[in-house]
Write a protein that binds this ligand. Structure first.
Ligand SMILES: *Cc1c(COP(=O)(O)O)cnc(C)c1O
Length: 427
């Protein structure tokens, strides 16, 4: 807490809020599937003097002097990114996952070109064609659906026949796979076959599952994807940021140009240093153990919730996240209420539409839960039924009324606090 003390002497109002946020993170269970707890080394690298530097350009070809150490830091980050994914080229400069996608779109397509992605409300990301996002404004999205047929064994999973059919019909320039709320393994080989059939380039946006891929807990998009994009702050457990990978020298050149000067100015060198450190952590054997534990924890949490009367979409999870359909527990229970009530008890998650959700996005019938952050604290699969019990007690009390809920949420809040004390954040 030395840093906070320094900040407090300098700027009380902001420092107090940072201290409160540190306390909030320390004492709550983070089940938001896209969040994680970084190591102290990653955290501190992000707060270094590298923020002072302009380093527009790439190692060895900068537009400013004084980049000697920045070149070496970025080289280390690129080299580690390549070895993580076993590919030939990496661009570590995108400020975020959405920026990485924007740069890739710009590199691969003319404005107005057609691309194919998953129906957004079924688990896609806003940068995959939402109307008011760059992707839906400057390009033409067409969508493939999930299977919707309760009697089909592939219910709520990717419909690969529909992917191929959308490609045949619309001849997209880019076929996009990779999602924000999809709990199952992605078959990159099948996507590549669909892309090849219509001459599309396959882009895999593995923002959510990158850490599982690197840790060997999900198949790799290479050699099938032409381009891979990801965030660095989700399962990769690095600083907030983006990353682009490819095996093609021609595409790598186009991508480098579209990241800078196409989309961005100066790279965030302090963040690139933090990325380099996080990538170094990902390359250690302990990260394989972490990735496997994330998946085991998700499986255990999903099973424990199913036992308590909730429906897990697609019947379970293969990765770090699950979508919990709350309706079988009670048709009065909404995702919005669940999110709010659970936060009162110190359990942080987000409401999320389930496939074919009859409720609007601000309400929803589901919550999305993920295990990357609690696994970083050291929770194991045996703790997941305990977490499921916390969740169920709070939601059950909420259905009985406000008074019951306040009492039970208060009790669970205390139990969450003591579990968090037992498993402190990485420090
Ligand atoms: C989180 C996410 C992104 C974008 O991340 P930001 O860093 O918030 O821009 C892109 N694609 C997918 C599939 C994601 O889940």
């Amino acid at each position: 807490m030395q840093v906070v003390d320094l900040l407090r002497r300098h700027d009380r109002s902001v420092a107090d809020l940072i201290a409160k946020e540190a306390e909030r993170q320390e004492t709550t269970l983070e089940l938001i599937a896209s969040e994680n707890h970084v190591s102290p080394a990653v955290l501190h690298a992000a707060g270094t003097c590298l923020t002072n530097k302009y380093a527009e350009g790439y190692p060895g070809a900068r537009y400013y002097g004084g980049c000697v150490y920045h070149d070496q830091v970025e080289e280390i980050a690129r080299e580690r990114a390549r070895s993580m994914f076993g590919c030939r080229f990496a661009n570590v400069q995108p400020h975020s996952g959405a920026q990485a996608n924007a740069a890739v779109f710009m590199a691969l397509m003319e404005p107005g070109a057609t691309f194919a992605s998953l129906v957004l409300k079924d688990g896609g990301h806003l940068s995959h064609g939402m109307k008011i996002n760059f992707s839906g404004t400057y390009y033409k999205p067409v969508h493939y659906p999930l299977h919707y047929d309760v009697n089909h064994p592939q219910h709520e999973r990717i419909d690969y026949d529909a992917v191929a059919a959308v490609c045949r019909e619309h001849k997209p320039k880019v076929l996009l796979c990779g999602y924000s709320a999809y709990p199952r393994v992605i078959d990159f080989k099948k996507f590549r076959e669909a892309a090849d059939q219509c001459g599309a380039l396959l882009v895999a946006d593995v923002a959510h599952i990158a850490g599982l891929i690197v840790g060997g807990a999900h198949p790799s998009p290479f050699p099938y994807a032409h381009v891979v994009t990801t965030t660095t702050h989700k399962t990769l457990r690095g600083p907030r940021g983006g990353l682009i990978l490819t095996d093609s020298e021609d595409l790598a050149k186009k991508i480098d140009r579209s990241v800078f000067p196409g989309m961005q100015g100066g790279p965030l060198m302090h963040i690139i240093a933090a990325k380099a450190i996080a990538f170094g952590e990902c390359l250690q054997d302990s990260f394989k153990t972490y990735a496997a534990q994330v998946v085991r924890n998700a499986g255990s949490l999903a099973a424990a919730l199913a036992e308590r009367g909730y429906r897990i979409t697609s019947g379970g999870t293969d990765n770090h996240l699950m979508l919990v359909d709350l309706r079988p527990r009670s048709d009065r229970l909404t995702g919005a209420d669940a999110e709010k009530w659970l936060e009162e008890a110190g359990i942080i998650c987000n409401k999320n539409g389930i496939p074919d959700d009859p409720r609007p996005p601000r309400v929803t019938s589901g919550v999305r839960l993920g295990t990357p952050a609690v696994t970083s604290r050291g929770l194991k699969e045996a703790h997941m039924p305990v977490v499921a019990d916390f969740i169920d007690r709070v939601l059950d009390a909420g259905l009985r009324g406000d008074d019951d809920r306040r009492i039970v949420a208060g009790q669970v809040r205390e139990q969450v606090r003591s579990l968090c004390r037992e498993f402190p954040m990485p420090a």
